[in-house]
Design a protein around this ligand. Sequence first.
Ligand code: FE
Ligand code: CA
Length: 536
Amino acid sequence: MAAGLSRRGFMAGIVAAAAAAACSSGSDRVAPTSTAWPATSGSPPTSAGISPPSTDPGPDLPLDVFTLGVASGDPLPDSVILWTRLAPDPLHGGGMPDAEVPVVWEVARDPSFATLVASGVATASPTFAHSVHVDAKGLEPGTRYHYRFTAGLQRSPVGIARTAPAAGAEVDRLRFLFASCQDWTDGYWTAWPHAADEQPDLILFLGDYIYESGVGDPGAVRKHNSDEVVTLGDYRNRYALYKGDPGLQRAHAVAPWVLTWDDHEVENNYAGESPQDPHDGVDFAQRRAAAYQAFYEHQAIRVRPPDQGHDEIYRTIDWGGLARFHVLDGRQYRSDQPCQGVADLARDCSARHAAGATMLGAAQEQWLGRQFASSKAAWNVIANQVIFTPLPLGGVFFNMDQWDGYPEARTRLLGQIAATKLSNPVFVTGDIHASGVADVSDAGPDDPVVATELVGTSISSSFPTELAALAGPVISAVPHVKWFDALHRGYVACDVTQDQMAVRYRLMATTARPTSDVSTATSWVIRSGTPGAQRV
Ligand code: FE
Ligand code: CA
């Protein structure tokens, strides 16, 4: 990136000066400026803080490269991941020239970027669909920042990021939201603008960020015209369709996210290296690798790029001494669903108890035990894909895609919670497009309550209406299930203090129209030291 006295070096100075001079003018385009300084003479002095970097301007860019918004994620006390992707033609491969493009990133305390606290130049490479992942380091703990990107003369929207509190720090309160399952065809994402309005510290996303299916359903609320996605190009275009939603972009821009995936980021109900439906001419290992790469390319996530079709995304995020988030990957390493019947439900069979059956895989299980053992946090939030609570339907039917399909693995995890005397374990779960609150215990009727499970409904993915009316009474009748609702979409808001976690189920009036009212359908509190949520 060193700039000489060449024309390009001079151009670099113009770009950097433009980046520095144009601020919150309301325009996303940087106006050319006459106050450029030669790149070789260093940067102009700023009143405080650091100077914006100078950069090679790279190739000429098409207009509107920042169509997919910006995002931050996976905060540490001194850094946070910043993301964007340059995609002037988002639904058709992105539309970028086949060349690397330098992208200036800047972090400031103030929304006008008068004083930069960190900045640099990242490379948007065609290898990763011109996505940019910056680990913005050297930040202060527990601090709110603004960030933005500049490519050529174009400027991204401004996002708000936040660092985690210092390790072990006393933290008064934390507001996190969690959500999952946003099938674009099933409805409008009326929840996201309301979620953004909550000004959360963190947003957890528990899987099914995209759906892989073709438009298929003639009853789709929103129609697109692409088939089921299987190639890297397909998955990129699908992410771009989803990432184009302005409400989703707003939710990404207001707070750092912590994401995991479930099945639909690849294919419904896949398990490890086993597809649900083998496709003619499609190698599942290649398909999964493509899907994992597209996931990486489109999220502000602190992981290495996928390698050889694997991507280790399980990780913990600490929020001072108040909370540790244990982010699980229940897809990549699991053994195949047992006792397969029609759809997810099947009658119990011996395979459900097979030795070697696993949800997390041995390495992740051991890692989780270590994270439990080393946690000093008051609250331990287990960010999980699928329902953990035993839910025998009619006593003999189980959803084999959930932890009920892997009961020995569930018992092992409960054993780790007990052995480490884990403080205030709370499972937050996506998966079934319905809301629920449950006391967590093992499958025996006399097993003690050891944790709490909060199941959040979908952002838009449907729960079949006919089934919803039936499922309500059946699931509500399961021991340990305290509340269940399959009729509404939405998200869950959690306000955490040392003493309690207050939980609001924020449910939408509708997802059939672009906007909707939201209301708190029910509120719960989990008191420190007492597993299980109480209705308030
Ligand atoms: Fe889903
Ligand atoms: Ca599924």
